[in-house]
Ligand binder design. Structure first.
Ligand code: ADP
Length: 500
């Protein structure tokens, strides 16, 4: 429990900031979805064809902003997984491993170009199915997905140069399982390096966000990729487990929760399958007194709120140097007053819908836990839509290391704030977590940045920025955040074996 007696109520936001909402009312600016074509039912993409699930089972995917059903989706059973893996194996043996690396690259470039051509459609579907603001899907998810394919297309015929002195070989069939927070981007992170290194793929998107992966399947067909090179199967955890346990898979790439990551690691142990795991996080964002405070505040807001906190590397713990804590917290509250929570398709929206009812309930549970633990909760006065799954951006003040809201991944727009005095203290506090995916440092001093980047146990450390991604840059975690890297040259290795 926090020491209630010593608790000093933090400053209220500026009256001027509270006026902001009435001063700057934005007119609605919804992106049109008229150009988007969604079928009422989607089948499994196996061997270049749309196949019905053998057991005839389907589930629904809903728009989390209004709870309306978007489409019925095939539920792949064990036999369907087997069909997909067999198709991928045949494609590997008969075509993909036989064509030249230059030819492989051409297909991957074609996928990248087609994503660019259909960017608007993909962005709208991503926001409809996942709830993220159109600004995010339009400016981040879709362009980054295209860039990933471009980047790895470039490596396809240069693998010998990527690893001088070693002879790289493809593995065979990769089973890939992705979560709901970046559905298209995670599919690109998985498929692009696998194809560039000469492997074939069976990919399973998350059950709440299958649509952009299925659209990607359409696009892959349009790109003329040989049948069976990429197979996309939909379903829930049991489908993922069947893929993980299939004996003819050579590699598993998984992004998702630490809990499921551990199950997969156990399932794969001793099978000889290669594995990469990108799991949860509880990132520390650290603001020193010499930081450019306004930029830091904007970076913190971007790091935890702009994507509903649905980012495994979200900066969900904030450490502020004591001397500037009051100022930073006041500015954070001011900025939070101007955040717009609402329709994901509106271009003014900062915080869209929480991905599912289950996730919203989980976040609400943590809000209760935080209050019961004695932390001070702050939410802005903004309205949230009555229908759909929405959560106000939330600060927790007066938190301590032992609080569950500080230790556990919430995966929502919830920021826990602590203060610190010295560099040593903040390093110790920041590293005091089972996770180690990312961190952020805000300071004017380059030396401080270098000191912290070597001591923070996180796979990625951003300095004076946050949530910046680039296909050339490797990404991945330490400790319970998983292992293996995606992106960059490092992202090729998990899909290759080397001859000595
Ligand atoms: P999140 O908490 O982000 O939903 P999960 O780890 O539950 O993360 O899900 C990530 C992906 O893993 C989803 O595609 C989900 O269907 C899949 N999945 C869930 N359980 C299993 C399992 N036991 N084996 C393999 N995949 C699974």
């Amino acid at each position: 429990m926090a020491k209630q007696g010593s608790k000093k109520k933090t400053e209220k936001p500026d009256a001027a900031a509270l006026d902001f909402r009435s001063m700057f009312q934005y007119a609605p600016a919804p992106e049109s979805s008229a150009h988007v074509q969604l079928a009422s039912q989607y089948e499994l993409f196996i061997n270049g064809k749309w196949e019905k699930p053998l057991k005839g089972e389907y589930f629904e995917t809903r728009n989390p902003a209004n709870e309306q059903v978007l489409a019925r989706i095939a539920m792949a059973g064990k036999e369907d997984v087997d069909r997909a893996v067999t198709a991928a194996r045949n494609a590997y043996e008969q075509t993909w491993s036989k064509i030249s690396a230059k030819e492989r690259a051409k297909y991957i470039y074609r996928i990248a170009r087609l994503i660019q051509e259909r960017a608007r459609e993909f962005a709208v579907i991503e926001s409809l199915d996942g709830g993220k603001p159109i600004r995010e899907s339009r400016d981040m998810d879709v362009p980054l997905a295209a860039n990933h394919f471009f980047y790895y297309a470039g490596w396809a015929d240069k693998l010998d140069y990527a690893f001088p002195g070693k002879k790289p070989h493809s593995l065979g069939v990769a089973g890939q399982i992705i979560p709901w927070n970046f559905p298209l981007l995670m599919a690109a992170w998985k498929i692009a390096p696998a194809l560039a290194t000469g492997n074939t793929v069976v990919l399973k998107p998350a059950e709440t966000t299958p649509l952009t992966a299925l659209k990607l399947a359409e696009l892959i067909k349009d790109a003329g990729l040989p049948d069976g090179v990429v197979n996309i199967i939909t379903g829930a955890g049991a489908t993922g487990a069947a893929l993980v346990n299939h004996p003819d898979i050579n590699k598993i790439a998984f992004t998702g929760s630490t809990e499921v990551g551990k199950i997969i690691q156990k399932a794969v142990a001793g099978t000889g399958k290669k594995i990469t795991l990108e799991l949860g996080g509880k990132a520390a964002n650290i603001i020193f007194e010499d930081a450019p405070i306004d930029q830091a505040v904007e970076g913190v807001i971007n790091g935890i709120f702009f994507n509903q906190g649905h980012v495994c590397c979200a900066g969900s713990r904030l450490f502020v140097q004591e001397s500037v804590a009051d100022k930073v917290i006041r500015k954070l509250k001011d900025r939070m007053e101007s955040l717009i929570v609402g329709d994901p398709l509106d271009k003014n929206t900062d915080i869209g819908a929480i991905n599912s009812k289950e996730q919203l309930n989980k976040i609400k549970q943590y809000l209760k836990i935080g209050v019961n633990e004695g932390a001070e909760m702050y939410q802005p006065a903004c309205a949230i839509p009555a229908k759909g799954f929405f959560c106000k951006p939330t600060l927790f003040l007066h938190t301590s290391q032992s609080h569950r809201i500080v230790q556990e991944e919430i995966f929502g727009p919830v920021l826990a704030i602590q203060t610190f005095r010295t560099v040593e203290e903040v390093i110790e506090k920041a590293n005091n977590t089972p996770y180690g995916l990312s961190a952020g440092v805000w300071t004017d001093k380059g030396s401080k940045i270098f000191n912290l980047t070597t001591k923070l146990k996180a796979g990625v450390v951003w300095a004076n920025t946050y949530n910046k991604f680039d296909p050339t840059s490797p990404f991945g975690g330490y400790k319970e955040s998983g292992y293996g890297r995606e992106g960059g040259l490092h992202g090729l290795q998990p899909y290759l074996k080397f001859e000595a």
